[in-house]
Design a protein around this ligand. Sequence first.
Ligand code: PMP
Length: 349
Amino acid sequence: MQNYLSKKAVGISPYTAGAQPKEKNIIKLNTNENPYPPSPKTLQAYENFDAKKLRLYPRPDGGELRKTIAEIFKLHESYVFCGNGSDEVLGFAYDAFFDKDIMFPNITYSFFPVWADLFDITYNLLPLNANFTIPIDKLKAPGGIVLANPNAPTGIALSLDDVQKVLKNNKDCVVIVDEAYGAFGAQSAAPLVPEYENLLIVNTLSKSHSLAGLRIGYALGQPHLIDGLVRIKDSFNSYPIDSIAQCVAAAALRDKEYYSGIAKKIMATRESTKKRLEDLGYSVLPSCSNFLFVTHKSKKAADIKKYLEENKIFVRHFNAPLISDYLRISIGTDEQMDTLIQKLTKFEG
Ligand code: PMP
């Protein structure tokens, strides 16, 4: 058959997302979703939404959602960009700020190299230290830096001082700090935004606000950076967030008490699960996120994953250099983690 694809479509290696199994009654610990439902106030906003309004296009800038994010971070609205999930915001950011010679760690969010390839941006991978921490002083590139804090899939967080070092070492290019997992114990760099003209923070409501299905991401940065993102957005899709999503996401962000409560619960479950896994012979990296990155002293990660899947528990295994012995386990409810530990205890034989 004739090849109908562009050179780009043929040449790229797309990102592989964690599986979304169709089976019912599974324990899903493979894509870092929040195990708790959106808050009652969030669900109320969804129910109260006047569907007749769907006749009109939504606000292209996120409207009420953008205003709410600006209020929360005590920034002017011109410092806020809203997008359809943080993956979209990150993709726009690559297109807006990077031409060539960017850098990110060799073990990090596996979407980072995919956007670089998509937009033909050359990149260098910075090898992590043996304990999976980032050698901060070496994170330096002329064209741009991309950093997940906490890092994924390790869960290890950088201090604010370290983020500041990266910003100072890379003054002539944009430093993107992806804080997708920032709600679970890391220090946010958001307070640095007014001070650093090269800082772009990207965040999502997928994990912290139990809204992975709504697709809401946002960026914080000085207005010249936000303008860059808007230029790319308006050259691709002017209305990335639908009216329902704008309204529901804004209600979720206003309900701080509920969401900080479930983040605390997840952090407590994470720490107790870490200890129980260590008792079973696993090494567990210190995590500031809603997942644990673990390796067993003798059993192969791929075998553990297969066994868990047979028992209807889904975790993530990356068959990639340096981390193929590891599993990434999202933190579920206490009950779900009890079942996980029970099954893993059985697997010990
Ligand atoms: N950043 C990191 C580090 C992630 O793990 C994810 C989730 N896969 C995202 C960004 C994207 O999240 P979303 O598009 O759901 O906002």
